[in-house]
Ligand binder design. Structure first.
Ligand SMILES: *Cc1c(COP(=O)(O)O)cnc(C)c1O
Length: 429
């Protein structure tokens, strides 16, 4: 026991010496938990305690951690081609991935631009929208976005994100953005009125949106019909529709993409997270032939001069292709349906509970607000987090919002444990 204590202290101390963690105020949260192992749906810490990964490690590891099918395919790829420049060269993993992905992407998506993560995927989506109009000689330099949207942490992505409470230091450097509220079904006429007003006053190049579910805004759901109407008006006004599917993509909403629920199709789709199954980092931005054609020219300056060193890394492409094969398999589709069904039943059961507010589910995503007097708990979010970890379930509540995005391969017993922990929280708080 002492040995284990010593080892933990050592790892935690060594972490503190040189490491700076993301989204962390180190003075307020000094301690990081060392994780030693991840298999399937379970994370194991350095003392051997196990935690069900009920958010798929930020929506990435949906086929389970260290999935053997995927790791084997990457290991095989590693023997042949690890990395090569993607300007002037191409390779089979990228080509095969493009052929497979285009088959399931929202209708009209034709061209894929590789990048490194979700922020670069949206950054490129924004650049495609702005340069599309620039190349056509249109004076349109403003992006349109939802209030409370989240699109990443690079400058363009930060600019269009509405949740910018932590971005104060950079606001003077943001690109120009106009915002509209999210349609909730009741406010749709006001949202549309605001949209029309913004379009008439500004020179909007593109509209970036998280289709149907805003993850960082505490799993806020919005109205599909309202969104469809917004997108229709964007199309009529030649505003490039940029769908940020970084969180919603690859099955989480019950369909391959959240855009599949909406009649109006995007011009650009941003992907990352589950794209590579949590194994390797990669982002992708796809677009229609029409967008691509605006960059296709004898004039070299009309090209998209954006490139990352690791663009279309063959290992990441191999991981993404293996992940895609799993996603479209009957078995995985059944799993997603089964979890969706159980989530709906759980939501039905819980909606009458006096402490449960606004319980909602779509696909494997389930969320609700814990209706308690938050002042009573000091930092409620941290207390909830601690409660879940003590019960062996890894969840990251946002304020009083509790949500799950379980891996598609979660077992019945594991999922039941997640639900019973959620029930437990209602009697504890
Ligand atoms: C996570 C996320 C991003 C940013 O992705 P990173 O890989 O963290 O840079 C962008 N958009 C949405 C909707 C996300 O959920």
């Amino acid at each position: 026991m002492r040995d284990i204590e010593l080892k933990k202290a050592t790892l935690a101390d060594r972490d503190k010496k040189h490491l700076w963690h993301p989204l962390t105020q180190h003075k307020l949260s000094p301690d990081m938990l060392p994780i030693k192992k991840a298999r399937g749906c379970v994370l194991t810490d350095d003392e051997g305690r196990e935690y069900i990964d009920a958010i798929s490690s930020w929506y990435t590891a949906v086929y389970g951690h260290c999935n053997k099918f995927i790791t084997a395919r990457v290991a095989e790829q590693m023997q042949n081609l690890d990395q090569v420049v993607f300007s002037g060269f191409t390779h089979e993993p990228a080509i095969k991935l493009s052929e497979a992905l285009v088959k399931i992407l929202p209708e009209g998506q034709q061209k894929l631009f590789f990048n490194d993560n979700g922020s670069t995927a949206t950054e490129i989506g924004i650049k495609m929208a702005l340069q599309y109009h620039h190349n056509l000689g249109n004076d349109r330099k403003v992006m349109l976005a939802f209030e409370e949207g989240f699109h990443g942490d690079t400058f363009g992505a930060m600019s269009v994100s509405g949740l910018s409470v932590y971005n104060g230091a950079f606001e003077d450097h943001f690109i120009r953005v106009e915002r509209i509220p999210v349609p909730d079904g009741r406010n749709n006429p006001e949202v549309i009125a605001k949209l029309r007003q913004v379009i008439s006053e500004d020179k909007i190049a593109g509209f970036i949106y998280e289709p149907l579910i805003q993850g960082a805004a505490a799993m806020k759901f919005h109205d599909a019909e309202g969104l469809n109407e917004i997108l229709r008006i964007c199309r009529e006004n030649d505003i490039v529709k940029v769908a940020d599917e970084v969180m919603t993509g690859f099955g989480k909403t019950g369909k391959y993409f959240a855009s599949d629920y909406i009649e109006e199709k995007p011009d650009v789709v941003c992907m990352s997270k589950a794209l590579t199954a949590g194994l390797l980092p990669m982002g992708l931005t796809s677009c229609t032939q029409e967008i691509y054609d605006a960059f296709f020219s004898d004039d070299i300056a009309k090209g998209l001069f954006h490139g990352h060193t690791y663009t279309a890394n063959p290992l990441a492409c191999a991981a993404a292709l293996a992940a895609l094969e799993l996603l479209i398999s009957e078995e995985m589709q059944e799993n997603i349906k089964e979890i969706s069904k159980k989530n709906r039943a759980f939501a039905e059961e819980m909606k009458i509970h006096p402490k449960v507010k606004n319980i909602r589910s779509r696909g494997v995503i389930l969320a609700f607000e814990l209706d308690v007097q938050m002042e009573r708990y000091g930092n409620l979010r941290n207390k909830l987090f601690q409660y879940f970890m003590e019960k062996g379930v890894f969840l990251r509540p946002l304020g009083n919002t509790i949500y799950i995005v379980p891996p598609y391969v979660i077992g019945d017993e594991e999922l039941e444990k997640v639900y019973s922990t959620l029930r437990g929280v209602l009697s504890e708080f």
